[in-house]
Design a protein around this ligand. Structure first.
Ligand code: PMP
Length: 358
């Protein structure tokens, strides 16, 4: 039975990448040593990290005045790192509250003594649509504006970025990183864990404009952008395996036509599922159409007991990890880059048959 993994992250990876990891695991490049064993100070790893950086640069068309950094600590680590490194002048940031992860980012900044102005929130609409800029903002008031480009739990995404005037835009791209195209130059800083679209858990990519990398006193070295720029992300032992595996996914992504190619496929995949849900009399997705995510699609029936039955029967049929986040309930299909169209077709076929029987 073919298994399709719809988990929200860590998530499905491309089959050829898993195969390559398996083949290379005992001996990397004929060295007699595994990637799990080699030093991060070795020439082999230098090449791996520099190639991964270059491939990110190529794929996202990263301008020369940006740094590409690798951290540990996940998106959650960056909820602290970003305000510590960037909220230094006004100690005040703006935030659009689009859901759970935007709230978490705001809470972490506030914990660090930064004033967080929530400019708009769609909490009262159960985050089923995106918040928007209620008025113009200025860099004379804010160190940056934080947005979550794709809301993993709620299933919304900014396909067009909010107007942010001259205020630095910070984007948490965790769940649509390289799944759809954004202009890096629209952001001062982008971050995201790779464990959804780009690799295994363990590494977080930060892309930051050079003028935002400044000396800041009294912040932990492990979250210090200036140090990580100086040390090529090797201030301490980096997650060697995760960077290696991400490097393989980046090569695979280039073969899929880069981000433009994968975005076209992601649009096709998500349209297949949304079109089914929109005509279904049993299942429904309640997200405002213009705001729907390409990568995370929550849906449900009108009966939580029936939802559970769908999840259990889907699991038996090889369609794994469809349980929705506990705050939303129902089901969620995460259709990240490595999910093939055939996986979405299998899901739609299953849901169609389930509906016929109920
Ligand atoms: N931001 C978003 C949008 C996420 O989906 C997640 C994780 N699901 C996080 C941040 C937190 O990332 P991590 O688990 O890597 O700390």
């Amino acid at each position: 039975m073919t298994v399709y993994n719809f988990a929200a992250g860590p998530a499905t990876l491309p089959d050829p990448v898993i195969k390559q990891i398996q083949e290379e695991l005992p001996s990397l490049q004929g060295s007699g040593m595994s990637i799990l064993e080699i030093s991060h100070r070795s020439q082999m790893f230098d090449k791996i990290i520099d190639t991964a950086k270059q491939d990110i640069k190529d794929l996202m068309h990263v301008p020369d005045n940006y740094h590409i950094l690798f951290f540990q600590g996940g998106g959650t680590g960056q909820f602290a790192a970003v305000p510590m490194n960037l909220a230094t002048k006004h100690k005040r940031i703006a935030l659009l509250d689009s859901g759970h992860w935007a709230t978490r980012a705001g809470d972490e900044a506030a914990n660090l003594g930064v004033t967080v102005d929530v400019l708009d929130s769609t909490k009262d609409k159960h985050y089923q649509e995106l918040p928007h800029m209620p008025h113009a903002i200025s860099a004379s008031d804010y160190d940056y504006l934080h947005i979550t480009t794709n809301n993993t739990i709620e299933g919304t995404a900014y396909h067009t970025l909010p107007e942010h005037g001259d205020v630095t835009l910070v984007g948490d791209l965790s769940s649509n990183f390289m799944a759809e195209e954004y202009q890096v130059s629209d952001f001062g800083l982008i971050f995201g864990g790779v464990q959804k679209n780009l690799g295994p858990a363990g590494v977080t990519v930060v892309i930051v404009r050079d003028d935002l990398v400044n000396h800041v006193d009294h912040i932990p070295s492990i979250l210090n952008y200036e140090l990580f720029v100086k040390k090529n992300s090797m201030f301490n032992t980096p997650p060697v395996f995760a960077i290696y595996a991400t490097g393989l996914v980046l090569k695979w992504l280039k073969q899929q036509g880069g981000i433009a190619g994968i975005e076209a496929l992601n649009k096709k995949k998500s349209a297949l599922l949304y079109d089914f849900l929109d005509q279904s009399t049993l299942f429904h997705n309640d997200i405002k159409k213009a705001d729907r995510s390409l990568t995370n699609i929550p849906f449900k029936t009108t009966d939580p007991v029936l939802d559970k039955q769908v999840i259990a029967e889907a699991d038996q049929a090889g369609l794994k990890n469809l349980k929705g986040h506990r705050s939303v309930g129902g089901l969620r299909a995460s259709l990240y880059n490595a999910m093939p169209l055939a996986g979405v077709q299998a899901l739609v076929d299953f849901l169609y048959n389930f509906e016929k029987q109920h």
